[in-house]
Design a protein. Structure first.
Length: 114
């Protein structure tokens, strides 16, 4: 491979890595449901990592943690949202069963990097 070709290939590879890092999907309020923004983001953050001020105070779960995602089933998550758990308040009186199931699906999607 000539020196010029090698340089062009290297520059293209570095450029591709830069673009991938620059345009990696980042969770924003626009990508989360209204219910998630209202009831979950204050502690779990739009990215689901639980690193907000309130999340740190309350020990909010990191939804991106694969080990945690694999350790809980949907029934447990529905129960936590409905009845509360530890320092997490209950939302059963504020949200319908379908809204709670939608939040659980959103938590699962966050765990898959969506």
């Amino acid at each position: 491979m000539s020196r010029r070709t090698h340089f062009s290939f290297s520059a293209a590879a570095v450029g591709a890595l830069f673009l991938a890092a620059t345009y990696a999907p980042v969770a924003t309020a626009a990508t989360r449901s209204e219910n998630f923004q209202t009831y979950c983001s204050v502690c779990h953050g739009d990215d689901g990592k639980g690193q907000t001020e309130q999340g740190k105070k309350k020990g909010a779960r990191d939804f991106t943690n694969k080990k945690w995602q694999d350790s809980v089933d949907d029934k447990r998550l529905i129960g936590s949202v409905t009845k509360g758990r530890d320092k997490m308040p209950k939302f059963g009186g504020k949200l319908s069963d379908d809204e709670i199931k939608a939040l659980v699906a959103e938590v699962r999607a966050i765990g898959k990097g969506e």
